[in-house]
Ligand binder design. Sequence first.
Ligand SMILES: [Zn+2]
Length: 223
Amino acid sequence: MTTWIIELQRGIDYLRKHSPKKALGCLKTALSACPSSNTAEIAKIFFYLGVTLKKLGLNDSALKSWSIGRKIRKNGVSGKMYSRFCNGYGMSKQPSCDMDDFKAFYSVQLERYLLSKHSRRFGTDAEQDMIHDLILDYWKALKKSGITKGKDTAEKMALFRSINIIFPFFVVPETMSDTVIPVHFGKKKRISQGDRCFCGSGLPYCQCCGRTPGQQELINGLF
Ligand SMILES: [Zn+2]
């Protein structure tokens, strides 16, 4: 039997035995060795990878895995998991809408900050703490202003993106502009967050190809 099939089976077995760490290793090997033409099996690996990551508490990464699985195979199991655990921002669902909003705001600002650095990484824990506190202060002020009230997800996302936190001078942005404007070339128009995604998934853009990467994804450099 081919290596990747064995590794996939081992991964599934480890999952059943509640050893997600071991399962992760096997599934990664299976994924890298599985021929790219075998889309059904690749979609299956992404599904199990998602389950494994979820068990490891890496909710954002799990969602990312299912989002890939869902794109490879429409109406597959990954899609079901994705819609079950995904919120309007395309991020992992939080216990409250307020937390959903906060996580989205946090990720938007964190991504802006990290993209301004060549390394795309925090240099020290102190730097990470400082940026965290700064984003939190802006969030508190934003909540206090009541400006998010009555807005839908797409409107809130546009608002979050419009807020430019002034980050401290010793972490001077290395790039001047980081704005990406999504455009549907076929329709020759800009895509707004609430529009149906151009990939044909039927989901809103901000829950699909325009989903907001979570904190773990950003810090681990997965964007
Ligand atoms: Zn899409």
